[in-house]
Every structure is written in C-alpha cells, then in structure tokens.
Design a protein around this ligand. Structure first.
Ligand code: WQD
Length: 336
C-alpha cells in the first residue's frame, strides 16, 4: 500500500488519480487546511474506484502511529506541507512547523514500522539563485525564503537518515512550476484566498473573479522583460512520481531529479498562450517586482529521462487549456 500525504491538494490529488489508474493500492491522508473534502468524490468519479482516505494531521504523532499500525504501508509519497513563498516570509514558524516538524513525525513513525521507501516533494527553490540556468541536480543549494529553506532542510534530514540507515531509499523530486489540471476538469489548482501563483490568478481573471493580473515587473533581464519559469503540466508531474516510486521499489536506490520541461516561458508568453486557447482577453497591469523573485529559472531535465525514462507529454498550450477547463467548470473552485 502507498501512503499519500496531502492527498487532496493540487499535486497530491493528481498523483492519487495516476496511482489508482496505474493499479496501485493507495491510502490518502490530509487535514484539509489547504484543500477541499470534495476532492474525495472527484477522485472517485475520475478513477471509478472507491478512494481509501483518513483525515489527519502530520503534527499528530498518535494519528500517524495508528495509521501505520492498522495499514500495511510499504512506501510513502509526501506532499503534505505549506508552500507559499510570500506567506513563509511573513509567518515562517508555521512553514517550519508543518514542513519540518511534520516531516520528522512521519519519518520517525516510518522508521518504527520498517517503512523505508520515501518520495519527497522538493522544489526548484532549493537551488541557490546564483546558479547558472538551466538548473542541474548537482548544483549548489540555498534559498531566499523560509519555504525554500524548509525544503532544503528536509532534503538534508533525509540524506542524514540515509547515511545512518542504508536500507532507506529516497526520491528527491525537485518540482519546477506545476500548472494545468486533469482533462476531466474535476480537479485543479484552487488556492485559498488571493492566489500567490501566476496560473490560478490568470484563470480567476478569465472567469471574472479578478479584474486584472498584476505582472511583477517588466524590467527583468529577459527578452520581454517579464519573469521566465519552467511550467510543467501537473499530470506530467504526477506521472513522474509513479516512475520515481517504481525506481525506488525496483532499484532500491535513491535519486535526486528535476521534474521540469527544460523549457522557459515568460509571464507574457503564458498570458498570450492562455488568451489563444481560451479566447479570453487577460487584462493586466505592470507593477513593482515581488520580493524574493528572480528573473528566470528552468530545468535541465536530462537526468529524469536517463534514470526514469520520463519525459513530459503536454505543452504550454495544453497546460493553459486544461487550467481553463477546470476554472470554467468550477468558477469558484471547490467553493470553500
Ligand atoms: C511565476 C512567475 C512571478 C503571480 C513558486 C514557488 C515554487 C513553486 C511554484 C512549489 C514569476 C510572476 C506571479 C502574479 C506575476 N511552488 N507572477 N503575477 O514564484 O516561480 O514559484 O511557485 O514548489 O517553489 O517558489 O511561481 O507562479 O508565483 O510566479 O507576475 O500574480 O509569474 O513574478 O515571474 P514562482 P509563481
């Protein structure tokens, strides 16, 4: 059985669907602090399978102990955590408590139950911003915000556990910028409050929930002056997790992998692509740069291809099309 923490979140729910479609036995857990209970029915609708789910919190060690005592969990895919760069700067304690304390609780209970296969949701924000692009897995690490540092520290904790106990195998998956949604339009990115990330803001403008998009600077050293990122379809990202899990099960070795397309797109590139596929005009205003932003980063994705035989299937137009279908079918997201 695979335990998926944060199973009702944006990436968690898409990975849950891909795991069920691939025939895995999955137990999902979540505390719904940044997701909706409605995802449970949506996952069942998409896969036609009854989802196994228990509500609970990573900070509740008793809950985690009973989970492993009562279920034959052989490996874990860990998504549960807070992921807002901006919020982490304002309230770092909550990000460190959830992302580090929650991780330590989980790892302790895994060790007590001889469960030692772990897929970790890391992030491109662990790469030091002075690195040349495209980012390669062996480059220097370091962050500019508590969220990024929490991912950096989590990786260090896991590497120390591997040194102490060589029976562990860990997949460190460094995500770039996940966007898009399942083709059914039943699940998608539904951030609470004002979206931090670009795509949910664009779709909320398109559906009439927001008046205009604020573009954080058009004076960056990039071709059109706006920030460049490596956008990856969330379903491609989810499928990368399956490949990484299979690698841990079959090779019994750890790996550190970029999950990105290797292609950079600017903010204006994304707006243009979205307008093309949706037929909607996205009004925007150029405003000041956002603290913590950098001009551009994108992945060298060759190692994922070499080790996992994983490459992305979906291009940026498809990402925009799927994001738009999700928002059009769910103008208020899951409505919570
Ligand atoms: C993308 C681009 C902004 C919003 C963060 C995390 C990263 C990952 C993805 C988890 C930038 C611009 C954005 C807006 C804008 N999350 N932008 N107006 O900051 O690259 O990455 O989310 O792992 O770890 O750091 O993503 O979508 O916030 O920004 O102009 O309203 O869009 O300046 O150039 P980011 P983003």
């Amino acid at each position: 059985m695979i335990l998926v923490t944060g199973a009702t979140g944006y990436i968690g729910s898409h990975t849950w669907v891909e795991l069920l479609n691939a025939g895995y036995k999955v137990l999902g857990i979540d505390n719904f602090c940044n997701s909706s209970r409605k995802v449970l029915d949506r996952v069942e609708k998409i896969t036609g399978q009854k989802s196994q789910f228990i509500e609970g919190d990573m900070l509740d060690e008793k809950f985690l102990s009973s989970l492993f005592r009562n279920n034959p969990i052989e490996s874990v895919i860990h998504f549960a955590g807070l992921k807002s760069v901006g919020e982490s700067i304002k309230i770092p304690i909550s990000h460190y408590q959830n992302n580090i304390h929650g991780l330590l609780n989980l790892l302790k209970v895994m060790q007590e139950n001889q469960c030692n296969k772990f897929v970790f949701s890391s992030s491109a924000t662990v790469y030091h911003p002075n690195n040349l692009i495209p980012y390669v897995e062996g480059m220097s690490l370091g962050s500019t915000n508590p969220y990024g540092w929490s991912k950096y520290m989590s990786e260090q904790i896991l590497r120390d556990i591997e040194v102490a106990d060589t029976s562990w195998s860990v997949a460190y998956l460094r995500y770039f910028n996940p966007i898009g949604a399942h083709e059914s339009g039943l699940i998608g990115d539904d951030p609470k409050g004002v979206p931090n990330n670009l795509m949910p803001f664009i779709t909320q403008v398109a559906v009439g929930r927001r008046e205009y998009l604020s573009i954080f600077g058009d004076d960056w050293p990039t071709p059109d002056g706006t920030g460049i990122r490596d956008y990856i379809h969330v379903v491609d990202l989810a499928r990368g997790h399956i490949k990484a899990l299979d690698y841990l099960i079959n090779q019994k070795q750890s790996l550190t992998i970029n999950l990105g397309t290797g292609q950079g797109y600017s903010v204006l590139d994304l707006v243009k692509s979205f307008e093309k596929v949706s037929g909607k005009k996205i009004h925007y205003q150029i405003v000041e740069r956002r603290p913590g932003d950098i001009a551009q980063f994108y992945a060298n994705s060759q190692l994922a291809k070499k080790l996992l035989d994983w490459t992305v299937e979906y291009d940026v137009d498809r990402m925009c099309k799927d994001s738009w279908r999700w928002q059009l079918k769910n103008p208020n997201g899951f409505g919570e």
